[in-house]
Design a binder for this molecule. Structure first.
Ligand SMILES: O=C(O)CCC(=O)C(=O)O
Ligand SMILES: [Fe+2]
Length: 347
């Protein structure tokens, strides 16, 4: 999930939401404080088959047939190593539930600004927060994006408005977490570990799950603005859904690739992979990123058994998930992969 920089460097936005700004009839160009120049040659071709993220079939990953399961685990391991991003199909979460979740978030974003104000909090781990996100800490660019973040696990938090959000988000968060659990089990096995190795080590039963919705209204000059600039997520695994608009781009082999996922699939981000959200001039894009992390007090460290097996020294220091999230949200980590801060210097 993209960081929401919350520090003394942040100044009050001039508008309550990008939705309000984008909805103004007078807006025909991107205001200078939102200007983010993207190199038009630095864009991936969504139709290039070489550049589509791998597909993981969840039904095979959880198949009763050991052969089918083994094959999909191998494919999952390869997808994690080569891409760090993949799409998951046949996961059993009803497409209607995903759509209801997106609709509920859309209805939240469309509430009158005064009704959203009570959720304009500043602290990183506040259970519910919304706002319009920008970072003036480094390059003074404001983002073409409003957000809503709700912590759904270990304690389920919810909104009392709009009507229906609470029920839908409870069901969606449970079902999504169940898929995330199986993906982590598969990743553990792909590394030659017991299926529950990662979840046990990360205290998954107390693990942190955040429902992070992003709202990107149509932008008059999409090449001159950015929804979310390049960043890496902080969780163990992030599952993302979107409405019928694309916009997520992933850096692969030094090239940006536009993710063109099958309708109803989850887009999954496992490793600390550079990605960004672009905007369009056609219609509002909504995405819901659901990062699943360890329990907040649990240090994430390089897996000792794997280091021993490979005869390697640890390349990263350990850090609790809470500290890692704080680091990721600090100006120091802006526009750089957060894991770089944890790299052991002499390795
Ligand atoms: O909207 C998207 O596709 C990307 C969202 C994202 O990267 C995030 O919330 O961390
Ligand atoms: Fe992200």
């Amino acid at each position: 999930m993209a960081p929401t920089v919350t520090s003394v460097h942040e100044s009050e936005p001039k508008v309550a939401s990008i939705k309000t700004l984008a909805g103004s009839d007078a807006l025909t160009s991107v205001p200078s404080e939102y200007a983010y120049i993207m190199d038009p040659n630095d864009k991936g071709d969504a139709n290039d088959p070489e550049h589509s993220i791998p597909i993981i079939d969840f039904a095979l990953l959880t198949s009763a047939s050991p052969d089918e399961r083994a094959q999909m685990i191998q494919k999952l391991g390869k997808a994690c190593q080569e891409w760090g991003f993949f799409q998951v199909i046949n996961h059993g979460v009803p497409e209607s539930l995903m759509k209801q979740m997106i609709d509920a978030c859309q209805r939240f974003f469309e509430l009158p600004e005064v009704e959203k104000k009570e959720f304009h909090t500043k602290n990183l781990l506040d259970p519910i927060k919304c706002g319009t996100s920008f970072n003036v800490a480094i390059d003074k660019v404001r983002l073409w994006r409003d957000y809503l973040k709700v912590i759904a696990h270990p304690k389920f938090n919810s909104l009392y408005k709009p009507a229906g959000y609470s029920e839908v988000s409870l069901e969606f968060s449970k079902r999504t977490r169940a898929v995330a659990t199986e993906i982590l089990n598969g990743i553990s096995e792909s590394l030659g570990l017991e299926a529950d190795y990662i979840t046990k080590a990360m205290n998954w039963d107390r693990g942190c799950q955040i429902l992070a919705a992003n709202y990107y209204p149509a932008c008059p000059q999409p090449d001159l603005a950015i929804g979310i600039p390049p960043h890496t997520d902080h969780g163990l695994v992030t599952l993302l859904i979107q409405n019928d608009m694309c916009g997520l781009e992933v850096k692969h082999n030094d090239q940006w690739v536009l993710v063109n996922a099958a309708p109803g699939s989850f887009i999954v981000n496992y490793k600390s992979i550079w990605h960004r959200a672009t905007v369009n001039n056609t219609s509002t894009r909504i995405s819901i990123a659901v990062p699943h992390g360890p329990a907040l007090d649990t240090p994430a460290v390089p897996i000792p058994d794997l280091l021993e097996k490979e005869g390697e020294k640890a390349k990263y220091i350990g850090m609790t998930y809470e500290k890692f999230m704080e680091l990721q949200a600090s100006p120091a980590a802006y526009m750089m992969p957060c894991l770089d801060h944890l790299r052991v210097k002499d390795n």
